[in-house]
Design a protein around this ligand. Sequence first.
Ligand code: B1M
Length: 211
Amino acid sequence: MADILQEIASNLYDGDDKTVANLVQRALDQGSAPEEVLAGGLIVGMDEVGKDFKAGDLYVPEVLIAARAMHAGMGILRPLLAEADVPTAGKYLIGTVEGDLHDIGKNLVRMMLEGAGFETVDLGTDVKPEGFVEAVREHQPQVVGMSALLTTTMVNMKTAIEALVEAGLRDSIKIMVGGAPVTAAFAEEIGADAYAPDAASAVDVARQFIE
Ligand code: B1M
């Protein structure tokens, strides 16, 4: 059984979505539990992608193709996991802050988190402070991620955090910020809990938050 899970992981790494979907179905047919296929196949493969991306051995297009293969496998597993009420790694809400339309990096972060077993809620781009507040009330995530790519919009992360404080929601969540102009010092200055420089690090930090 371990062999087929290993095959899923390596085909995911190679971005072969059709083979991943076929192997996931075959593993289930052979009696593997959906959570076993997720943890031992898809997550193992996506973790490898994350490590190599962080090390600079893989680039954005390769990560996007691997994420597509992960989605092909998840398409089969998701209904079964929901049916079995299998707990996720955690709930992560993410959005690009007000005034900012860049979403490639944010999507990459979201896809890596999904690959690591997190349930994600994606608010899209140009998210106003009230948008974060309403979504936290509605979805009750453990972690809120904010992305910004412009020096003119990174300040809107601060406004969004202030709105969450004002709404009395700050203590119920961990806040992670990221994006090209953002730094660890800036994250600290605006009262975020963490900064992640890339999508793989975002997964590492989110996992630490949930432990
Ligand atoms: Co824009 N843009 N852009 N742009 N754009 C930049 C960011 C810029 C650096 C280009 C430049 O001038 N050299 C510059 C910003 C300058 C600055 O503020 N310092 C810029 C500008 C000025 C603008 C406009 C103002 C241009 C104009 O209209 N005059 C305009 C603004 C629009 C708006 O947002 N209101 C604009 C528009 C656009 C497009 C729409 C054309 C397009 C965006 C398409 C889209 O996202 N759907 C675009 C693009 C593509 C870029 C560049 C070329 C690429 C950005 C990107 O996707 N990188 C960019 C220049 C560059 O970076 N080379 C540029 C790939 C992506 C994977 O990396 O997003 O950094 P990144 O994400 C990384 C990490 O940062 C991190 O993980 C990701 C993966 O490892 N990360 C997180 C990101 N979010 C995170 C959140 C986390 C943790 C980690 O936790 C929550």
